[in-house]
Design a protein around this ligand. Structure first.
Ligand SMILES: Cc1cc2nc3c(=O)[nH]c(=O)nc-3n(C[C@H](O)[C@H](O)[C@H](O)COP(=O)(O)OP(=O)(O)OC[C@H]3O[C@@H](n4cnc5c(N)ncnc54)[C@H](O)[C@@H]3O)c2cc1C
Length: 405
């Protein structure tokens, strides 16, 4: 087995792992990121780059370069309940440099971070390398075992970070306990063509017990169709024709495109929704961040943003200790102390929305009455900054304080 050593090993090259790897390498820390896939190309992974992430890019001096990558911008959030149209969010009043959500394929975002991080000789990205288990000594995590193209590896590190997503292998190996908050729905993702004259805002639709969201992506619509938990097999058993009829009933201006665009269930990707969080995020020598610490519901599309915010906080809090050696357990715990509050607040909002609005709507087959807050947001444009702030920045937004070396 090949032996390596590094200051910090990070399992997972998603938004959390790549941002943390970049920030630590920028501060002169030797960091190794392990990513099990050969590239970052993955469909329907969530492509939202929120104003707070764009703010981080600005603080890092990377924003202008980043925004040269192809992207679309969402400045408003709208919802259709039955035949009525409501505007409920406005990002233009946010106290951030970018007053919009940028929609960019996640692989472009991750490739960008990887390219910037590779400028630092102390940044090592190992693709096609799967973290397998924790190396421990007297109860302290001392690194990981992994398998890469060149065979098995043992990587010793002063800090091991699990950023390997919501099915985290390292979290399972660590014995840290996950609290499941439950989710009564799953999401089917699909694409529909864009035609000239289409709107470009984010569209949410609620009608006759169906929930549908359409995200404008310049050359296609990225669409989310919500179904009761575990309901995809029933939908498949009913057949493609019935599924198309369901979509046509909710897709509004895009209904006429369903038959030609959806010709096989292979074009429909299932997201099994999970909402959970760790009770403890760390043990000596080891910490979980991003989805590995807290899987988020897709409501609000905040998972990537939260993962990035975790990475920034982890770099700020643990970077100075890593520059001197291995952070002690008390220092590791400061990350949970900082990031648990925003996670809990957002999950509480998501759980309330899914249990009070989504689940009853999916069960009723009726169009609900517009809630009072939706009417207020529509009638009072000034109020729309608050949901935009909650989604676009989140509670306790992070700023980069770990200096470049
Ligand atoms: C279908 C779908 C749609 C979504 N849409 C949105 C959206 O619109 N907006 C939004 O904000 N969020 C969305 N999300 C959620 C979002 O993708 C996650 O919250 C976010 O990516 C979490 O980032 P992360 O870095 O913590 O984990 P991940 O992005 O899951 O990254 C984990 C990485 O670790 C790698 N990995 C896993 N195991 C190992 C291992 N053992 N060794 C090495 N590498 C490993 C994986 O390949 C992956 O690259 C969506 C998720 C899904 C599944």
């Amino acid at each position: 087995m090949n032996q390596l050593s590094t200051d910090c090993v990070i399992a997972g090259g998603g938004p959390a792992g790549m941002m943390l790897g970049f920030l630590l390498a920028r501060a002169g820390i030797d960091v190794t990121v392990l990513e099990k896939h050969r590239d970052f190309l993955r469909d329907f992974r969530g492509d939202t780059v929120h104003p707070s992430t764009l703010q981080v890019m600005h603080e890092l001096g990377l924003l202008d370069k980043f925004l040269k990558l192809p992207h679309t911008r969402i400045a408003k959030g709208t919802i259709e309940i039955g035949e009525r149209h409501f505007t409920i969010g406005d990002f233009s009043r946010l106290p951030t440099i970018c007053k919009f959500i940028a929609l960019m394929p996640q692989w472009d975002f991750l490739d960008f971070l990887a390219d910037e991080a590779k400028r630092f000789p102390n940044f090592h990205l190992r693709m096609q390398t799967r973290a397998g288990d924790l190396l421990t000594e007297n109860g302290t995590v001392m690194g990981v075992t992994a398998t890469g193209p060149e065979g098995p590896l043992a990587i010793k590190a002063g800090l091991t970070v699990a950023a390997d997503g919501r099915t985290s292998t390292l979290r399972d190996r660590s014995g840290l306990r996950v609290e499941d908050l439950g989710a009564p729905f799953d999401v089917l993702w699909l694409s529909l063509p864009v035609l000239p004259g289409d709107p470009t805002d984010l569209v949410g639709k609620i009608k006759d017990g169906q929930l549908f969201a359409m995200i404008y992506r310049t050359d296609y619509w990225q669409c989310a169709y919500l179904i009761p938990k575990g309901g995809f097999d029933t939908i498949k058993a009913e057949g493609l024709a019935k599924f198309r009829d369901r979509l046509k009933a909710i897709a509004g201006f895009a209904a006429g495109r369903i038959d030609s665009a959806i010709t096989d269930f292979d074009q429909v990707k299932l997201l099994t929704v999970t909402v959970n969080r760790l009770r403890e995020w760390a043990r000596p020598g080891f910490i979980c961040i991003g989805d590995a610490a807290h899987a988020m519901s897709p409501i609000g599309g905040v998972g990537i943003n939260l993962a990035i915010q975790d990475a920034v906080a982890t770099a700020n809090l643990l970077g100075p200790a890593l520059q001197k050696g291995a952070p002690d357990f008390a220092t590791l715990k400061t990350v949970q102390a900082r990031r648990e509050f925003p996670t809990k607040v957002i999950q509480a909002f998501q759980v309330a929305a899914q249990n009070r609005i989504l689940a009853p709507t999916l069960a009723s087959m009726k169009t609900p009455k517009p809630p009072l807050f939706v009417k207020l947001l529509n009638d009072w444009p000034w109020l729309r900054q608050f949901p935009a702030r909650f989604i676009g920045m989140g509670p306790r937004p992070e700023h980069v304080t770990l200096a470049k070396k």
